[in-house]
Design a protein. Structure first.
Length: 267
């Protein structure tokens, strides 16, 4: 059991048993090994690598080649954790393009699920990917690839119209075949409602602690970011002292529901 690869079905079983899922972003083989040893269930090769590795101020310059390269680095080391790769900006603008991009992330990159940002406009794409056997993670709330349209990295769903749209999008994405949902920067009450209403696991970031799991950017939890980290993140290296202990502390705090606490939560 413990040595079996973690699949979407295993994450669903965790949700049903009310065991919280610990997710971190990961961009290389050395950290993949450390994260897995600390009990992280899902390694997300996020396009946040454009900001934390490449030094850009948005995720938009990240290319599919970059994502394939980092997915391969992570997948080579991951034995048990589920490796999810982000579809980068505009690589999924049509269902056909998304399938081509997913073929590279799963084929050359060794990822076992792809994640794509958005609601209504990506439903047909999620159906297309799942019809061809590509596992999909959806992503709602703050969509960093839409930063220029949103006018900044801002919380979403504070007004009831947006909250209702996010809930409808989430149900439609689940119906289209998404097996996991990342909810970024939404009020805790909205994330809690969605975690209850959806059958698939909901992974929160800046979404309160009543989600089925949590994700943070790896560099933020070890205080390795050049810019001021988002206020929903937490440095776990201070107070532990080593990378393995910091990662283990994050996993323990997610599992117990202690993270995110009040300081990291928007009511
Ligand atoms: N290092 C890092 N951490 C992240 O969590 C992260 C990335 N990079 N890059 C991709 C996206 C972008 N994200 C971000 C980036 C900034 C804020 C931010 O500064 N938020 C403000 C609140 C804005 C508001 O008032 O609504 C904050 O103070 O946290 C939030 C999410 C989350 N992701
Ligand atoms: C922050 C997570 C959810 C992400 O999409 C990324 O790291 O790119
Ligand atoms: Mg991303």
């Amino acid at each position: 059991m413990t040595n079996e690869r973690i699949t979407a079905a295993a994450l669903l079983a965790m949700k049903q048993r009310q065991q919280r899922i610990a997710v971190l972003t990961c961009y290389d083989a050395s950290f993949a090994q450390l994260l897995e040893a600390a009990g992280v269930e899902v390694l997300l090769v996020g396009d946040s690598l454009g900001m934390v590795l490449q030094g850009h101020d948005t995720t938009l310059p990240v290319t599919l080649d970059h994502m394939v390269y980092h997915s391969a680095c992570v997948s080579r080391a991951a034995q048990r954790a589920l490796v999810i790769a982000d579809l980068p900006f505009l690589s999924f603008a049509t269902p056909e393009r998304a399938l081509d991009a997913a073929a590279r992330l799963l084929g050359e990159g060794g990822a076992r699920m792809v994640k794509l940002e958005g609601g209504g406009r990506v439903i047909a794409t999620v159906e297309h990917l799942t019809n061809f056997g590509v596992p999909v993670c959806a992503h709602l709330g703050l969509l960093p690839q839409s930063v220029h349209r949103l006018g900044g990295f801002r919380y979403q769903g504070k007004d009831s119209a947006t909250a209702i749209r996010i809930e409808q999008d989430a149900l439609a994405l689940q119906a289209a075949g998404a097996q996991l949902l990342v909810l970024e920067c939404v009020p805790a009450v909205l994330a809690a409602t969605l975690s209850e209403r959806l059958t698939i696991p909901v992974i929160g970031i800046g979404a309160g602690n009543r989600c089925d799991g949590q994700v943070l950017v790896l560099y933020d939890i070890v205080g390795a970011t050049a810019q001021r980290p988002p206020r929903f993140s937490k440095n776990f290296l201070t107070g532990t002292g080593t990378l393995p202990a910091a990662i283990a502390a994050y996993v323990a705090a997610v599992k117990s529901g202690e993270f995110p606490g009040r300081e990291q939560t928007l009511a």
